[in-house]
Design a protein around this ligand. Sequence first.
Ligand SMILES: [Zn+2]
Ligand SMILES: [Zn+2]
Length: 339
Amino acid sequence: MRIHQLGPLDGPDLPLLVERIKTPAPGPAELLIRVHACGVCHTEIDEIEGRTPPAHLPMTPGHQVVGTVVSEGPDCRRHLLQQRVGVAWIHSACGVCSWCLEGRENLCPDFRACGRDAPGGYAEYLSVPEAFAHPLPEAIGDLEATPLLCAGAVGFRALRLCRLENGQSLGLTGFGASGHLVLQMARHRYPDSAIFVFARSATEREFATQLGASWTGDSKDCPPHGLDAIIDTTPAWLPVLAAMEALAPGGRLVINAIRKEAADRDVLTELDYDRHLWREKTLSTVANVTRQDVRECLQLAAEIPLRPHVTAYALEDANEALRALKRGDLRGAKVLRLL
Ligand SMILES: [Zn+2]
Ligand SMILES: [Zn+2]
C-alpha cells in the first residue's frame, strides 16, 4: 500500500494504492523481513497530508512493523535469520556524528525514518539495516507488539526525559494511545508515585482512573499540589501553559508531540514569568526514538506485562484504518494484519 500523492486524507482520491512490486533485495548489512503485522499511526496521516512528507513518492509507509527475518546480506552478524523482530521509526542513523556517539541517535542530522525516508511496513516485505531490527520478547504477540514500537517507545522516551524518581508525582496531559501506555509503564517503574491525568473527555478520565491514576481533571484544572514532572501529548498550547503552572519548583515539562497546531497559539501571550517559569522549571520536547528506547520499552512491556488493545484490519483496508484513526476513534490501536 503506497502513497502516490500528498493531499487531505478525506479527499476524493484514496491516499494509498494497492500495488504489486518487486520484493526488495537486502543490502550487504541488511535483513529482508516478511511482515506479519504493521501498526497504523497518526504520523502516516502527517505524511499523507504533507506535514512530514515522504522523502520521495511513491512511498510505502509504516513504522511499527513485526515480522520474520527471511534472508540476510553477507555482512550480517547477529544471527537473526528466522527470528521474529520489530522495526520502529528509527530506520537508521549515521553512527559517527556527536549525537550518535552520545547515544542520542534520535537527533542525528542523517536520521532516517522507516516508512518516510525508506519503505516501511504497509507491505508484505521490507528490508532494514540489521543493526536497527529488534528481536521481540516471546511473551508479546505480533499485533500487540506493534503499538509498543511507536506510541510505547516514544512514551518511554518521554518518561525517561522526566527524570522521575520513585515517589515523585507525574502528570499526563492528554490521554491517547501513548498516554495509556505511559501510565502503565510509570505505575510499574515508580510504584510510589501518584499519577495525575488531565484530559478533556470524561471517558478518557474514567479510563485513566481504571488504569490507576490517583487524580483526574480537565486540561486546565489545577491539581491539589505542584507536580514534579508532566508529559504533554496534546496538539494545543493551552495545556502547555496550564502544565507549566501546575509544576512544582524544579519541575519538568516534556512535550511529546510532533507538531503543535496554530489554533490557540495566542494563549502564549499570557506566559507569565512568575507563574509559569520561575523556580527552575524546565521545558523540553521529545523527537524520534533511539534503539535503546525501543529495546527497553519492549523489555518493560514483557515484564509488566503490558498488552495494548488492538483492532486488526487487512492490509488492503489501510485507507479505512487511517480514516478511522483521523475520526478520533482511539480505543484500541489499529493494526494491519498480514499473517
Ligand atoms: Zn508512530
Ligand atoms: Zn548521527
